[in-house]
Design a binder for this molecule. Structure first.
Ligand SMILES: Cc1ncc(COP(=O)(O)O)c(C=O)c1O
Length: 267
């Protein structure tokens, strides 16, 4: 479900020119600065080869870990591989603060800079108000932070229940033809943030009828988000010629109810 490092490698071979200061897109002349892999529905992408690609092309790796709080790649939590990464505490995520999120980084200086920029870039002083950079007021309000502290205490329980729910789905769909319950990759332990059913290829044209049927039973099911390269505002952006895998998966993918409550014992 995630960024395919082999395809990225071939794409960069084709379009990138690497100089001392970094990589540039040969066609547009613009700097290529970062690779932003996303751990789709909580399933970690294969990060090791991406780290290697970023090293060779002098790109920053920025993990979008918004969906993967509680997911592990090769025994270590997602969000640890790149320069920085982001978590989301939106209402639909594994834990919520009502809104907001967190920046993760293992680089102390970058962490200090993030803190500075997100808190209006004010220079600490007893009474003067000097702002030394263009700053932002991205503080998580205390009330939301208090909610987050209470939620984080329950994270192990939420993950346990979500993984239990995934196991129940796996068993329930095991004997059913034409559809497969999507499970974590071998190298990962996923939080199963949003559960995924994949229709067989020859049923792809029936996805919308299946969605209609499930929703008509009072059960919420939904398609994946529209792929970014198909959104109007990104249509003219540089992209790989062949995005067949993403297109194919999007056409036959259905997200089914995934709340931790559903995995509680006796739910
Ligand atoms: C992969 C991914 N990135 C970013 C976001 C945005 O997070 P937020 O809603 O906290 O801005 C979300 C979800 O909302 C997401 O699923």
């Amino acid at each position: 479900m995630g960024l395919d490092s082999r395809k990225l490698e071939r794409y960069l071979e084709d379009i990138a020119e690497t100089r001392a200061e970094g990589s540039f897109n040969r066609k547009t002349g613009r700097r290529i600065r970062a690779v932003v892999p996303m751990h789709t529905f909580g399933h970690p992408v294969d990060l090791d080869p991406l780290v290697e690609t970023c090293r060779r092309y002098r790109l920053e790796l920025v993990e979008d870990a918004a969906e993967s709080l509680g997911s592990y790649y090769k025994g270590k939590h997602t969000g640890n591989w790149g320069t920085a990464s982001a978590l989301s505490f939106n209402g639909n995520k594994v834990i919520t603060t009502g809104g907001g999120g967190a920046i993760l980084t293992n680089h102390d200086k970058l962490g200090d800079l993030a803190k500075h920029l997100t808190t209006t870039a004010r220079v600490p002083h007893k009474w003067s108000f000097i702002h030394d950079r263009l700053g932002f007021n991205y503080r998580l309000p205390n009330i939301n932070a208090a909610l987050g502290c209470a939620q984080i205490e329950r994270l192990p329980e939420f993950i346990r229940n979500k993984r239990e729910l995934a196991q129940n789905y796996l068993k329930a769909f095991a004997g059913i033809g034409g559809v497969r319950f999507f499970t974590e990759p071998d190298f990962a332990r996923s939080n199963y943030w949003l559960n995924v059913l994949l229709l067989d290829k020859h049923f792809a044209d029936q996805r919308d009828s299946v969605l209609d049927l499930i929703n008509s039973q009072g059960i919420k099911a939904r398609p994946a988000w529209t792929l970014m390269h198909e959104l109007d505002m990104y249509r003219s952006c540089p992209k790989m010629d062949n995005l067949d895998t993403a297109v194919d998966l999007e056409q036959r993918l259905i997200n089914i109810p995934s709340s931790a409550i559903l995995g509680e014992p006796h739910a």
